[in-house]
Design a protein around this ligand. Structure first.
Ligand code: ATP
Ligand code: MG
Length: 140
């Protein structure tokens, strides 16, 4: 089975979407093999999103991701990486509401930034992100 890293971002957790998201996760055949709630600090989010450090939205993204606790999960199923991204829907949640009305971002996201959930974008990213949060060198 394949593994991917999923995050319910601060707007998802504070907006009480966790149970609805988890229900969809299980309904679509994923199992949740690890999970933890963390309140990310600036240094950690900057490391996690290092690939976006030169983007104009970077500082805003850091503020968003540190604005409250997040739920980090390892999801497992065949084709987990692509299937989780499909279930999340497109990055821009306002578009997701029109084009992917059954997606998670349509359900609980707001716009291109506040889009409620994260999912690894490749198997290399999944490995990096899973060990980032759950590996021996992770902070807890
Ligand atoms: P994620 O990586 O969270 O699964 P993604 O792969 O669809 O989403 P990326 O391009 O990797 O999107 O961007 C990472 C995150 O940065 C997005 O999920 C979103 O929160 C934020 N973001 C991306 N593009 C923009 C933008 N143009 N303006 C503001 N925030 C953005
Ligand atoms: Mg991405």
């Amino acid at each position: 089975k394949e593994k991917t890293l999923a995050i319910i971002k601060p707007d998802g957790l504070l907006g009480n979407y966790t149970n609805d998201i988890k229900r969809k996760v299980l309904e679509y055949g994923f199992s949740i093999s690890k999970e933890k709630i963390v309140h990310l600090d600036e240094v950690t989010v900057k490391r996690f999103y290092a690939e976006h450090s030169s983007k104009s939205f970077f500082s805003s993204l850091i503020n968003y991701m540190t604005s409250g606790p997040v739920l980090v999960m390892v999801l497992e199923k065949d084709n987990a990486i692509a299937d989780w991204r499909a279930l999340m829907g497109p990055t821009d949640a306002s578009k997701a509401k029109i084009t992917h009305p059954h997606s998670i971002r349509a359900m609980c996201g707001l716009n291109t930034e506040k889009n409620c959930v994260h999912g690894s974008d490749s198997s290399k990213s999944a490995q990096r992100e899973i060990s980032f949060f759950f590996g021996e060198l992770s902070t807890d």
